[in-house]
Each structure stands twice: as C-alpha cells, then as structure tokens.
Design a protein around this ligand. Sequence first.
Ligand SMILES: C[S@@+](CC[C@H](N)C(=O)[O-])C[C@H]1O[C@@H](n2cnc3c(N)ncnc32)[C@H](O)[C@@H]1O
Length: 344
Amino acid sequence: MSAQSTALPPTIDDTRIWDAWLSMFRLPILNVNAEAGTFRALSGRALTTEELAAELAVDARALAMHLAALCADGYVEKRLGKWRATALARTWLHPEGQGNWTGFLSSIDANQHLRSRLAESLKTGKRPGTVEERPANWEAGTMTEETARRIAAFMQAHSQAPALGAARLPVFGTLTHLMDVGCGSGVYGIEIARANPGLKVTLMDLKEVAREAAGYVEAAGVGAQVGTAGVNMFTEDWPEGPDGHFFSNVFHDWSDETNIDLAKRSFAALPSGGRIFLNEILMDDDYTGPFHAAAFSLLMLTGTLGKQYSLAEFKEILGAAGFVDVQAERSGGGYYSVVSARKP
Ligand SMILES: C[S@@+](CC[C@H](N)C(=O)[O-])C[C@H]1O[C@@H](n2cnc3c(N)ncnc32)[C@H](O)[C@@H]1O
C-alpha cells in the first residue's frame, strides 16, 4: 500500500469530553475501596481478584472493574495475576498511614449518590435501584415515545465522533447490506452509509427507538440508502439479507450469557462469509485499564447488566457462537474500537 492510502483523514476527537464525564468516578472509587478495605488488604500481600473478593466479602466481577480503574490511576498493580497496593496507596490511603488522606477524601466527596451506588454494586455485583430510577428499562422491550426521544438524542451526541471514526474503516466497503442492531439514533448506520454510497443500511431497534431513528435518517437526507426496522432483537425474527451486523454499545449492556445468545442470533441470520462488528471501548486484555474503559465499565455496572469487555473476552463470546477471525481496530473516533469476526 502507498503511504497515501494508509494515512488517516482528520476526524473529530471528543475524548476530552469523555474524560470530563468519566472523571466523576475518580474520587468515589477511592472512598468506596478505602471503606471496603482494599488498600489495607493489598498492602501486606499479593492477592488474586477472587481471593481479595472473598476477604472483603464483595462481588468478584464488580471488584475486577474497580481494580482496573484503581490500577489505571496508579493505586494498585497486577503481576502474574495478583494485585498489590502501590507505594502511593500504601503511603496515603492506608488507614494506619501517617499521611492517611482517606478521612478528608471521604468528607469532601460531594457525589454521595454515585458513591453509594458504587458501594452497593461492589457488594452485590448488581445494578442498584428500582426500575423507575433507570434511564431506560430495556429488559421490558418497550418504552414511551418521550423516553425513546431522550435516549436517541443522548446517543446521537455520545456516538457522533466514534461513528465518524468507524465509518472510515475500509471493511464496510466490502459489504452489500449492513444492519445496525440496537441503533439508537442511527448515527453509526447513517455515517457508514454516507461513507459507502453503494452500501444498503438497515437501522434496527425496539420500535419506539426505530421511529426516532427514522427522523434522523430524514434529517441526514439518506432515506434512499438507509431504512429502519422496529424489531426486538431477543424475541422477534431478524430481517433477512444483511451480510454485516453492527452492534455499537449493545454488548456492554448485557451479561456474558445474553451476549452469547445475541451472537448466536446474529450468526444464524448472517450468510456464510458474513461479518459481525462490535463497536466498543475495550478494556486491556489483562484488565488493568485504561481508566476511561474501566470508568465506563463502572457506569455499566451501576446502570445496566453489563460491563466493558476486553478483546480476549469478546473472542470467547464470539467464538462460542461460531465466529472466527476475531480482531479489533481502534477506529480513531474517540476511545472506540471496532471488533470484527466472520461466519465461516
Ligand atoms: C447504549 S444504546 C446504543 C445505541 C447506538 N448503537 C449507539 O451506540 O449510539 C443501546 C441500544 O440498544 C437498544 N435495545 C435495547 N434492547 C433492545 C432489544 N430488545 N431489541 C432491539 N434493540 C434494543 C436500545 O433501545 C438502545 O438504542
């Protein structure tokens, strides 16, 4: 390839906005873990996540998300699968330390709501709160028009930069028909369609959200190329014809078991040679960061049934459904990567 063909065109980077948003986790995770005893426990010896979870009587899956965020910020480190507190944490966050900051940090934490949600989910491993407190009740498979409008508007802002990044990946030019599953406002399907005028795109979501996406298609002027489908991806038949399924920020909402089911549904609906795409912010394979991914994972822990995955974990999930050639590429749109795999 020539240097010209591999160079990236300019794109929009919104990572500073994400950093501002996700920085809200920095102080509460210190307070929650000081209170749970994480820094004291890891000051004396190295422990695996499971050993530490047993000692602190907390949920191991949730603890792994906390440790990744703490590691990314330099408070703990992981060697050969075992965690230890760093000198930073042993000096300043140990309850018997001469310079123990934890009392002060606790007293100035203004976000008690987030702190208590993090503390509760660390103990139970489950999203706290009632159905009414959630931004959307996706498990119900239905929502009001007003909720659908709010979700689509938020997802449009949240996903615009990474949609521009994903759209310029050459792989979409090799497809004939792409379905954007759980499309939200449809920003990904719309941008990928704009970048690939020969590609047909279907935006699929619950019917209330699909109706909202239709409005975004009209506003973008891509109605000849992009259609919508109101389909519950868990309970209804999927439209036939696409040779690519694109899921953005969908797998991070659900459990491993649900995601294996979703991957199997995609596998069954794709033709041989068809491709699945997962657009996500990836955890490092050893689950030690980076901070933006670990913090986003804590947001999923406290608000959904899911988490942010590593490529290694996606390889397991997609492999369990029969997909091969699992790989990931950072798209250049914000913090996102596009994971792709093929149906043999
Ligand atoms: C986090 S949003 C992601 C939206 C969009 N893909 C993006 O990245 O901007 C998850 C989407 O999954 C959709 N969803 C949830 N349950 C669904 C179901 N059972 N069938 C189809 N879509 C569903 C939601 O309505 C929502 O639009």
